[in-house]
Design a protein around this ligand. Structure first.
Ligand code: FE2
Length: 390
């Protein structure tokens, strides 16, 4: 993350003796990315963070994904997804929508606390479409609600505790997710042209301490899933500091960049990850040239698959397509896409779009998981021509 944060108690000098009230030493841990050459945090534990008493392989039930064949624009309705159990949690309840070698995208409506969990493969980006709850982590807790993005760093142990059913779009990256580098100064400060800045970011504010013994933690790693049992509860960090920690940012705090004529998708960029970007489309004044066309031009996204998650308002360019709140559209490379018939004409003279959407552009093709197959609206590809196969 871009800036320094300190929570709880830490010693004045790093790597020096830091003692508990009983005179024993706290256990110092460095969490650092890119092999000690990038952002890190120093955490101080009550117990050894290395003390595991059991490890067992856990079967990954999410299945594989299938290529987008035949290649076509697709529409999925997350609202149509159901779960077999009455109790669904935000970790084991994730259903796989899409994946490629860089990112796995899932969806869950969680109503029960998740197990303790960490993703050792890459950062996770959660988008809260609806509901609220608390993300408890070794760094402290984050209270989150609708519109929040939550970035959880690789190998950060956490769990999700809903206070009301939470609809979550979950991106599991195979690397790190953060603000686009072009938004940051050389030293990592958000620049003036960035649509958000440090004041919009929320991090843990106090330690989260839980006592317990023989505590299970589910770990996703490069080879699959393993459940560790820790001798002590991993929420034992009395203080930490550094630039690496979980953080939240609400989409309503994204300040849209507008212009006289249509602005291209990069003005909406919010995050970058390994071979993908995430953009936020938020309610905004639109193009004010007297002859402007506010909806997008038809576009061939030559090098990326474009996934759009519709979360609020009315999406002007998609009227008549069947798309509504909770819909996901997938416009893959190889197809040109654009406004629905009549949307250009309807947009002329309009000066405000009340629409909220999260876009994920991946630079390698997305394959379809079981949740995509289960929620697809098969008529979508033919909505521009208004007739399908004879
Ligand atoms: Fe597009």
């Amino acid at each position: 993350m871009a800036y320094y944060r300190q929570v709880g108690e830490i010693p004045r000098k790093r790597h020096t003796q830091f003692r508990k009230p009983d005179g024993g030493l706290y256990a110092e841990e460095l969490m650092g990315v890119e092999g000690f050459s990038a952002d890190s945090a120093l955490l101080y534990h009550r117990y050894l963070p290395t003390a595991i008493v059991n490890a067992e392989t856990v079967k990954d039930e999410r299945g594989t994904a299938s290529p987008n064949l035949p290649l076509k624009p697709r529409h999925f309705k997350t609202g149509a997804l159901t779960w077999a159990s009455d109790e669904v949690d935000a970790v084991t309840g994730r259903r796989k929508l899409f994946s490629n070698p860089d990112v796995t995208i899932g969806f869950v409506v969680a109503n029960a606390p998740s197990p303790l969990y960490r993703n050792a493969f890459g950062d996770e980006l959660l988008y809260v479409q609806a509901g609220s709850g608390v993300i408890e982590t070794i760094y402290g807790a984050l209270t989150v609600g609708d519109g929040d993005y939550v970035v959880i760093p690789t190998s950060c142990t956490y769990r999700v505790v809903p206070s009301s059913p939470m609809s979550l779009l979950v991106l599991e990256a195979t690397g790190h997710v953060g603000p686009p580098k072009r938004y940051l100064s050389k030293a990592g400060q958000f620049l003036e042209h960035s649509p958000y800045c440090e004041r919009d970011i929320r991090g843990p504010e106090e330690p989260l301490l839980v006592e317990g013994t023989d505590v299970d933690v589910l770990v996703r790693h490069r080879a699959g899933l393993t459940r560790f049992t820790y001798a002590n509860h991993p929420f034992d960090v009395v203080g930490w500091d550094g630039h690496l920690y979980p953080w939240a940012f609400n989409i309503r705090d994204f300040e849209p960049i507008t212009g006289r004529v249509h602005q291209p998708p990069p003005v909406h960029q919010t995050f970058e990850g390994p071979n993908f970007v995430v953009c936020s489309f938020v309610p905004r004044k639109v193009d004010y040239h007297p002859l402007s066309v506010p909806v997008p031009y038809n576009h061939a996204n030559v090098d990326s698959d474009e996934l759009m998650f519709y979360v609020g308002g009315n999406y002007e360019a998609r009227k008549g397509s069947g798309i509504g709140i909770g819909s996901l559209s997938l416009h893959p490379s190889g197809c040109t896409h654009g406004p629905q018939p009549g949307a250009v004409e309807a947009s002329l003279g309009v000066d405000y779009f009340d629409e909220t959407a999260v876009m994920v552009d991946t630079f390698r093709p997305l394959e379809l998981g079981e949740a995509a197959e289960a929620s697809e609206d098969p008529a979508y590809a033919w909505t521009w021509a208004r007739r399908g196969p004879a």
